[in-house]
Write a protein that binds this ligand. Structure first.
Ligand code: PLP
Length: 455
């Protein structure tokens, strides 16, 4: 129950996701449309309104005892969830694989006795599964707490290895995990080149080449953009990095599990990934470090072969490994399924609504992501009305939703403040169904229509 309460917490909707200005706008919208907000309070049924079953489910918590785990989105949430780039639900099979390590298999992976050795074996197996997803060797995988930690560790490793080199190259559409880190290094006297992108979010390889100097210590770039889904030409980027002898770190958080990653064929020094984008829990990530790349631990200790201190989070590591195994198995079938659902979504949306514009290079993007600008709407107001209908998507990135500043990605792509504030990101995933796409279309058309009338 707590999990559900957290999802629908009135505080998170009213104070967190929406700022003061938006609350006022919300009140205005409510008075216009007569919406009543969920209170989240306990009612006569003994369950908060938001946790009561809908759409054919029974209680929403059957998966806790039901031996037949149904991989349907309605098991996990009573919402129509179009925000898989923010986080994914845990795959029921991943959850099942993790459970013993929360219960009887609670051993410390460093302990000598068999309880501990079984935990160590499970960690080894998970490492192999993550390595397999990337087509690399397990000795090159280090488990971390999240991709943010992986990114910090990659930077630390490259910079410690070349203390005289004080220049870094990144792009200005990176995730905040990278941008905040670059700003930190800037404050420590490093020179940072933030490569621009064009209107479609494409990187200029020529500019990348030109910005490399003898003091460049690291190039760090996204593989796929979390807001627009645009895929950078990482093979060409890697070729330039190799030619110039500069270590390359790729933030592959949104690419992993969605597109093929073959590290035997792609020469990168470091690559970051995160569990909660591939149907594993939050709080687990990994860093790939090429066997010849320099490495400096961020956390010192004996674990992870002295490469990352701290008692292993065995259950989460097992979950990550299992999620990686499923992703490997499903990779070839999941891309076409998601692309077909996304096309159904986009085609029908464009038929139902005028004044809708795509953001990002349509010929090089993730199969699950649609970034769309809707003329004449305010995305924050749309989110508020979507929430009333239990439809989840994002305005820009999840991290930006709390602030009213425009998405740095859309600004970098030359969108005006007004355009950025009229942009919504829809990201679908493994448990999205055709029926949900159709329901989403109905909700979006209704809400956009209402907001346009209001303007
Ligand atoms: C592209 C990208 N990089 C990095 C991160 C940070 O990942 P984590 O939450 O595991 O720290 C995210 C998460 O949203 C992301 O989308």
């Amino acid at each position: 129950m707590k999990k559900h309460e957290a999802i629908v917490s009135p505080e998170s909707s009213q104070n967190g996701l929406l700022g003061m200005q938006d609350k006022e706008r919300g009140a205005q919208l409510r008075s216009v449309y007569g919406h009543t907000r969920r209170t989240g309070s306990w009612e006569a049924s003994g369950r908060p309104a938001a946790t009561r079953p809908r759409r054919g489910e029974t209680s929403g918590c059957e998966h806790l005892s039901d031996p037949v785990l149904r991989p349907s989105s309605s098991i996990w949430t009573d919402s129509i969830y179009f925000d898989y780039n923010a986080t994914t639900p845990i795959d029921p099979a991943v959850r099942a694989a993790m459970l013993p390590f929360h219960d009887q298999e609670f051993g410390n992976a460093s302990s000598f006795y068999s309880l501990g050795r079984r935990a160590a074996t499970a960690v080894t197996e998970a490492r192999e599964r993550v390595a397999q997803l990337l087509n690399t060797t397990s000795s090159e995988i280090i488990f971390t707490s999240c991709a943010t930690e992986s990114i910090v560790t990659a930077f630390l490793s490259a910079l410690e290895a070349a203390p005289d080199k004080r220049h870094l190259i990144t792009s200005n559409v990176e995730h905040s995990a990278t941008l905040e880190l670059c700003r930190y290094y800037e404050s420590r006297g490093y020179k940072i080149t933030y490569l621009p992108v064009d209107r479609d979010g494409n990187l200029s390889l020529e500019q990348l080449k030109q910005s490399i100097t003898p003091s460049t210590a690291l190039i760090s770039l996204l593989w796929a953009n979390n807001e627009t889904g645009v895929i950078f030409p990482v093979e060409k980027v890697a070729a330039i990095a190799v030619e110039q002898g500069v270590p390359l770190h790729l933030d592959a958080v949104q690419a992993v599990g969605k597109i093929l990653i073959d590290l035997q064929a792609l020469p990168v020094s470091y690559l970051s990934l995160s569990g909660h984008k591939i149907y594993a829990p939050k709080g687990i990530g990994a860093l790939y470090v090429h066997r010849h790349a320099s490495y400096t631990p961020l956390l010192r200790g004996s674990q992870e072969g002295t490469r990352r201190g701290g008692t292993e989070n065995v259950a989460n590591i097992v979950g990550f490994g299992h999620a990686a195994m499923i992703a490997t198995e499903k990779l070839s079938s999941e891309w076409p399924r998601l692309a077909a659902l996304r096309d159904r979504f986009e085609t029908n949306l464009l038929q139902q609504l005028s004044g809708v514009h795509f953001n990002g290079n349509l010929s090089s993007r993730l199969p699950n992501t649609s970034s769309l600008t809707f003329d004449g709407i305010d995305a924050a107001s749309a989110l508020f009305l979507f929430d009333e209908k239990r439809f989840c998507c994002s305005a820009g990135s999840a991290c930006n939703t709390q602030s009213r500043s425009p998405s740095h990605v859309l600004s970098a792509m030359g969108r005006s403040l007004e355009e950025a504030r009229a942009t919504l990101r829809f990201s679908i995933g493994r448990f999205t169904t055709e029926a949900e796409v159709d329901q989403a279309l109905e909700i979006i058309s209704g809400v956009v229509g209402k907001l346009r009338k209001l303007n």
